[in-house]
Ligand binder design. Sequence first.
Ligand code: 4AD
Length: 457
Amino acid sequence: MKHIDIAEILRDKERIGTEAVVCGWVRTFRDSAAVAFLELADGTSFSRLQVVVDKSAVALDPECTKCGASVCVKGDVVKAFRGEGSELNAKEVRLLGKCPGDYPIQKKRTSLEFLRTIPHLRLRTNMFTAVFRVRSVAAQAIHKYFHDRRYYYINTPLITASDCEGAGEMFRVTTQPWNAKYESEAAYYKDDFFSQKAGLSVSGQLEGEVAATALGRIYTFGPSFRAENSNTTRHLAEFWHVEPEIAFAELPDVMEIAEDMIKTVIRTVMDECSEEMDFFERFVESGLKAKLSNVVESDFGVLEYTDAIELLKKADVSFQYPVAWGCDLQTEHEKYITEHVFKKPVFVINYPKEIKSFYMKQNADGKTVAATDLLVPGIGEIIGGSEREADPDKLLAAMKARGMDLASYKQYIDLRTFGTVPHGGFGLGFERFVMYVTGMENIRDVTLFPRSVNNIM
Ligand code: 4AD
């Protein structure tokens, strides 16, 4: 269908005085004795196009005036009666698709909770078009960030036999139903599609390390799956994961890259999505733009895990989860550190080895590993990363201490046997990042079809 994007009409002043055909969905309709006004959206811009219909000259089918109906309008582009923009004086309004009165997205604001029950339609609201436009711009900016710095974009397998994080949170991949004839788990999996136990990957990191120890700098950007029983506002069973992996890099390098990437992507979003950011500022999080400008302009904090524990112990707050050296930081602890103490993003570094993964570089103190989590106000952890253990003996010792099956990690261990190098990387939860830049408080509201415990709509 030959037509012009609404974004193009609103942006390009040279179109004033020309004829144009636009297609879109009716968002609002206002009527007076002589003139009717339709506001059209076609997805190409946050602002809608006002179509002015002179009722004495143009026949207007009542179906074309219903909220949600799709129409095609031919008309003249003119300077808007009010403000700086353009509008369209209709010469012909043609119905493309009717929209009956029980259309659930009406003009009045509906709750996010209700909208979650209609994921196939909620994108037609201002809120969700804004979220998904920001999400798209952020994704492109992440690819550009790495491409500009000569990282290779690698696609790691989604079906895997090795559990990267070792937390037992993998979804199983199988083609066979349970059958009582099997006496053991091993015998059962032997008959399965891959002749062994397989699952959906929780992280592309292990394969990312394979690529980084040949190509130098790589990143992945794909889905990860976690069968965590965490029904919270920041956990999904399927989320998108950005994972750079860098050879010849130590923990401070990893943190520097993470900080630079976050700042660069936020800058791009603020530049390219100014209308959406104004909307979020007004309707979602007051102070959002100042918060993000502050993130871009100031240095992220850095806090030793051991100091974090001391700080939490002295806090004038009663936490639900007790604090002691060796404990994992809970969301309430992370939020206290970022929201009450630093008021900006903070890297917590050097965690106890017992609460972190087998692959992390063991520090000289024998107690901690060179790991970092980036915590941000409002959300908590958005990045987990580390320098990797490059010493084969230390890696094997850590794996044995965890009772891991060394045979199934032979390829990973080989990376240390054949020309090992210091290297490291991190994983950014993309949805959590989108929450942070939009101010949205529930991860289900920045995902097209969120998958979480008891929910696969
Ligand atoms: O801290 P995590 O578990 O780290 C890893 O997976 C490493 N292998 C990454 C690496 O070093 N390459 O996860 C990284 C990030 C978290 O900080 C969080 O933002 C996100 O992934 N994440 C989730 N996001 C949504 N729902 C979940 N269930 C998530 N689990 C982790």
